[in-house]
Design a protein around this ligand. Structure first.
Ligand code: FAD
Length: 281
């Protein structure tokens, strides 16, 4: 197995207790020496200042921080100011996204805003040149609003042609979907690293809810098994740890260039997986 590179994603906490809990989680995860920590933006009602504050705090701790930046519902001027601020603070990496559309959202282009992530990436390059390393999102099981997997792949290619350096996938539990996606991308000349997004399994109801929204498939056997544990959280966690560790092993063996953990601000589930993969502090 090649050496594992990995990163962790947080969402900006909304309360002082949340901030404190995240500090503790981050200290544990930092001991594993990840490549960077990323912080979501605009997801789940989080605010712009929440992302910024969390990113700058991580940076003050001497760690690499990558803010997410989504363009939906934001003016070019807003985006330009955010980019300027990150640049002036020495942030060198961004995760650039469209973001999720509020229901009833019309054609963004007509209001002068960006409709798709490729337009945001093009804008970042035009404004800031090569300053940022840009990560784009990839969907091995297809983005839920895409017309077809082929169309989604072409749209992924647009983001790379617009200047993204690498990609992070939506989470998935079917390794074959990932490998096929990477192969198909290569066939159309897209050879940037596609890092696998990993969602540890700790809570059945929450996992079903997230997966429904983002289009990630929970294989039937995994779903049935998880459901059979009822509210036995320890059994869910243990089984989830087995399933996700095996997924990671397959991904690494098959050449995935890295793992990006959706931590949901919890240290232990990601640490447990990494420990089984031979990474510990
Ligand atoms: P796009 O690449 O723009 O794709 C959106 C849809 O439009 C797809 O169906 C695509 O096929 C289609 N499409 C793309 N380009 C075109 C085009 N030019 N013409 C026609 N159709 C097109 N959301 C947040 O709000 N905040 C976050 O911090 C956040 N972080 C994320 C991190 C990762 C790693 C991932 C995988 C997702 C994250 N999301 C986040 C969710 C993301 O915003 C949603 O999945 C969103 O619906 C799509 O974002 P995108 O950047 O992939 O969009």
């Amino acid at each position: 197995m090649h050496e594992i590179t990995f990163s962790f994603e947080f969402f900006p906490p909304k309360t002082p207790e949340g901030v404190e809990k995240l500090r503790i989680a981050r200290a544990k995860l930092a001991a594993l020496k990840p490549g960077y920590f990323s912080v979501t933006f605009g997801a789940g009602g989080s605010t712009q200042s929440g992302t910024r504050d969390t990113v700058f705090e991580i940076q003050r701790e001497g760690l690499n921080a990558a803010p997410h930046l989504s363009c939906v519902g934001r003016s070019r001027e807003d985006l330009r100011l955010i980019l300027e601020e990150y640049k002036s603070h020495g942030i060198r990496q961004l995760v650039a996204l469209r973001g999720d559309l509020p229901s009833g959202y019309g054609a963004a282009g007509s209001s002068g805003q960006f409709s798709y992530a490729n337009e945001l990436i093009e804008f970042i390059r035009a404004q800031t040149g090569d300053w940022f390393h840009i990560e784009a999102a990839a969907y091995p099981e297809m983005h839920p609003q895409a017309k077809s997997p082929q169309d989604d792949l072409q749209n992924f290619a647009r983001k790379i042609h617009a200047g993204a350096n690498s990609a992070i996938t939506q989470y998935f539990y079917n390794a074959d979907a990932y490998f096929r996606f990477v192969d198909e991308a290569k066939k159309i000349g897209i050879t940037v690293p596609v890092v696998a997004g990993i969602m540890p399994i700790t809570n059945y109801t929450q996992l079903m809810r997230f997966s429904e929204m983002c289009g990630a498939e929970i294989p039937r056997w995994v779903r049935l098994k998880l459901a059979s544990f009822g509210d036995d959280t320890a059994a869910i966690r243990e089984f989830g740890l087995d399933v996700v560790t095996q997924l990671c092993e397959r991904l690494i063996q098959g050449g995935a260039p890295g793992l990006h953990f959706y931590t949901l601000n919890q240290a232990v589930p990601s640490m447990a997986i990494l420990q089984r993969l031979g990474v510990s502090a």
